[in-house]
Write a protein that binds this ligand. Sequence first.
Ligand code: TGC
Ligand code: FAD
Length: 407
Amino acid sequence: METTTQTGLENMINKSKTDKYEHHDYYGVDALLSEDHLLAREAVREWVKREVSPIIEQYSEKAECPVHLFKQLGEIGAFGPSLPEEYGCGGMDEIAYGVIMQELERCDSGLRSMASVQGSLVMYPIYRFGSEEQKRKYLPKMATGDIIGCFGLTEPDHGSDPGGMTTSFTEDGDDIILNGAKMWITNSPVADVAVVWAKNPEGKIQGVIVERGMEGFTTPEIHGKLSLRASITGELVFEDVRIPKENILPGVVGLNGPLSCLSKARYGIAWGAIGAALDCYDSALRYAKEREQFGKPIAQFQLTQKKLAEMITEITKAQLLAWRLGTLANEGKASPAQISMAKRNNVHMALEIAREARQIHGGMGITSEYPIMRHMTNLETVLTYEGTHDIHLLITGMDVTGLNAFK
Ligand code: TGC
Ligand code: FAD
C-alpha cells in the first residue's frame, strides 16, 4: 500500500514554481506613474519571476536566507534607489523606491526586508547623518551588495519604546567603548556592518557604525521564527567593543535620528505590503475560477465574489494611499504621522486579504503549493516591526488630537 506522503500532498506540491502572477490595477493607478516607474517595476518583476519565485518557498520552508540574492538585489538597483547617484545609488524618486519595494514584497516580505534594511535603515542614515568620508567608504559598496548592513535599535527590554535603550558607550581617547545588546535585528548574522543606536556619556542617542571583526562584537542568530523565515534575524552583542570615534555618525544626536530612518523604511513597507496583498488576490482569483464545486467554479458563488470584490476594493484604496504618500514624499512633505497611517493601513489590509485568500484556496490554502500561508505568516511580523499596529494608531491619534498617549 502506498503511503499518503508518496502519492498525496507531496505530489500536489510543485517544488519548483512558475510564477503566474498577473498585474491588477483596477482604478488605472498605473496612469499616475511615470515611464521610469513602470520600467523600474518591470525590471524588478522580471528578475523576481526568474530568480526568486522558483526558490522562495523552499528557502522559507527551510528557514534559510537566500544570501546569494544580496549581490543581485544590488545589480537590480534595490538598495537605496532614491539615494543619489554620486554614491553609486539609484538617483530615482520616492515613488520608484515604493514600486520596487512592492515588487519585492509581492514575492516575499523577507526579500523586501533584505532591501529595506540595507537601503533605508543603513545606507540612508549614513547618507543623511554620516561624514563625507563615511559616505564614500560605505555607500557605493552597499549599493552593489558587496557590503551587507543591519540596523540596531530594538533591545531585549525596549521595543516600542526605543528611547529607553540601555546600550551605551564611554569615551577613551580617540575611541569609544560600546556595551549592550540589540535584539531582533534583520540581517545581523550575515552583516558586515551595523548602524547601532546607543547612548553617549551624556545619555543622548547617537548612531555608531560597528564593523564585523571588532573585538567583543558578536551577532548570534535567532532561531525558531515561524514568520519571515526566508529572512535572517539575530542579536547584536557588544562587550567592551573599542570603536574609533570616526565611526560615530556626526550629523544627529537624539531619538529623531533613528526615527527618521524608520520613516523612510515604513514608507517602503506601505508600498511593499500591497505587493503581498496583490499576490494573494491574484492567486485566489485564479484558483476560484479554476476550482469547481457543485458543478461550477467557486468564483461563481456569491460568497466567493464578495471576498474577491472586497479584496480588490481594499487593494485599490491602498494603492491610492501609497501613490498620494509618494507624491507628498517627492515634495518632501510626507509627515511621519502620514507615513504611519499608510504603513498601518496597508499592512493590516494585506494581512486580512491573506486570510480571505486562504479561505478561498480551501485545504490547498494551507500548503506551500500556494504563497498564501507564507505571506500570511510574514505579514504577522510586518504588522509588528517598524512600529506595531497599535503604536501607529497612537501616532495618528496623537497627530489628530495633539495629545500624547505615550507619556
Ligand atoms: P518622541 O518624544 O515622540 O520623539 C523623539 C524625537 O523624535 C522625533 N520623531 C521623529 N522624527 C523623525 N521621524 C519620525 N518618525 C519621528 N517620530 C518622532 C520627535 O519629533 C522628537 O524630536 P525632538 O526634536 O523633539 O527630540 O519619542 P517617544 O520616546 O515618545 O517615542 C515615540 C514613538 C513611540 C512613536 C516611537 O518611539 C516609535 O516609533 N516607536 C516604535 C519603535 C519602532 O518602530 N521600532 C522599529 C525598530 S527597526 C525595525 O523594526 C526594522 S524591521 C526591518 C525590516 O526587516 O524590514
Ligand atoms: P513590545 O514593544 O514589547 O510590544 C508588545 C505589545 O505591546 C505590542 O502589541 C505593542 O503594540 C503593545 N504596546 C507597547 N507599548 C504600547 C503602548 N504605549 N500602548 C499600547 N500598546 C503598547 N528592530 C530593529 O531595531 N532592527 C531590525 O532590523 C529589526 N528587525 C526585526 C525583524 C523581525 C522578524 C522582528 C519580529 C522584529 C524586528 N525588529 C527590529 C524589532 C521590532 O521593531 C520590534 O519587535 C517592534 O518594534 C515591537 O517591539 P517588541 O517586540 O519589543 O514589542
